[in-house]
Design a protein around this ligand. Structure first.
Ligand code: GLY
Length: 380
């Protein structure tokens, strides 16, 4: 039987990030990934670090997204220093758009709410919008810049996390699906995966949409995490159609990305509860194309670089579940839904504390397993 201080199940950005965090503190870490490292939701994502982009509610969730966003610049500097990698971390914010009068009043409400929370928003008059973003469709009638938000090339980020893990001696096993976990005497200390077995001081479940089946029979109830499909595409664009910041419509977003093959514009995403089905559909692609042309008409003449879909780890109450459990040695890191990249630095800090000290930092205590049992927070 192999031995590790910590076995991390799941090799997405979360699994890689916390394996790196724990290995950096001298722990012997094995990371077990059913498929290939960072080939699921972390790969399919667009890389937005948008605490301000969707929030309209003053709750613990919004507070935690702001904490995590504010950790990002240091986190990115540290990873870049460790690896020498450029993973396209951008601190320039995002542009939120309105399409006509009905949208405008909703955008105005969002702007005013954001302004009182962060103050880092800037309304753009129509002429200003046209001058700075001349490629936008004439039906785009208003917009504001959210200066506090960031974005990153999520695929390059995951490659950097993986490289850093390997440098720190993390044993990464790909093609190694874990079996449902079992407890002995109130403790989880063994993981069977891919025909082998690990003995571990601590086990962290960070398996995204695949987390719940690993926990069935162990925790009552297990955190309910289920797949939520997002279909996406990218256009190969000329510089003249590359926005300087991500664009947020009401239902679609557009993220600029510079790659070795040239500039691209990522467009996402559908939100579909269709189980573990990652196939693209006619309707999904139509939705993306139609929304693209209604935002940037000249995309019609651009080549499509790629179509893809991923499965977000959707939690039944929309909040992640993090940290220790009633079972000794078992820690949870699941249910980040649409905010995995945003939540990365705070989640890493939280799970490192969970493993080393058995507790969570204040910002993520509302996400603890058991919140539903104690009548705190929201039900699972
Ligand atoms: N985080 C973007 C999405 O889930 O589509």
């Amino acid at each position: 039987m192999a031995k590790a201080d910590v076995v991390v199940i799941g090799g997405g950005c979360m699994g890689l990030g916390l394996a790196r965090g724990l290995a950096g503190r001298g722990r012997k870490v094995a990371l077990l990934e059913a498929g290939g490292a960072a080939r699921e939701a972390s790969w399919a994502a667009a890389g937005m670090i948008g605490a301000q982009s969707e929030a309209m509610e003053d709750d613990a969730y919004f507070a935690a997204t702001v904490v995590s966003r504010d950790l990002w610049p240091d986190y990115a500097r540290g990873l870049a220093a460790d690896t020498g990698a450029d993973f396209g971390f951008h601190p320039e914010g995002g542009l939120h758009l309105a399409f006509g009068a009905a949208y405008e009043s909703r955008l105005e409400a969002k702007y005013l709410w954001q302004k009182t929370r962060s103050g880092r928003v800037e309304r753009l008059e129509k002429e200003d919008l046209r001058r700075r973003f001349p490629f936008l469709h004439p039906r785009v009638s208003a917009g504001y810049l959210a200066h506090g938000d960031y974005w990153v090339d999520n695929r390059a980020l995951c490659r950097a996390l993986e490289a850093s893990c390997r440098t720190l001696g993390v044993e990464i096993r790909e093609g190694c699906p874990a079996e449902p976990l079992e407890a002995e005497g109130g403790r989880v200390g063994r993981v069977r995966a891919g025909g082998a077995e690990w003995e571990a001081g601590d086990v962290v479940v960070a398996a995204g949409a695949w987390s719940t089946p690993l926990l069935k029979g162990l925790l009552q109830p297990p955190p309910q995490v289920s797949p939520v499909k997002g279909q996406m595409l990218s256009f190969d664009v000329p510089e003249s159609l590359l926005p300087s910041v991500p664009l947020h419509g009401e239902n679609l977003y557009f993220v600029p990305r510079r790659t070795e093959e040239g500039p691209k514009l990522l467009v996402g995403a559908t939100v579909e509860n269709t189980g573990f089905d990652k196939r693209l559909t006619g309707e999904g692609v139509e939705y993306l194309l139609q929304g693209s042309f209604e935002t940037i008409p000249d995309l019609r003449s651009c080549a499509i670089g790629e179509f893809w879909a991923g499965l977000r780890p959707g939690a039944s109450d929309g909040w992640p579940t993090l940290g220790p459990t009633p079972l000794k040695g078992l820690h949870l890191c699941c249910g980040h839904y649409r905010r995995g990249i945003l939540f990365l630095p705070l989640t890493v800090d939280s799970l490192v504390q969970s493993v080393l000290e058995g507790s969570l930092p204040e910002a993520t205590r509302p996400f603890a397993y058991g919140r539903h049992l104690e009548g705190e927070g929201r039900g699972l």
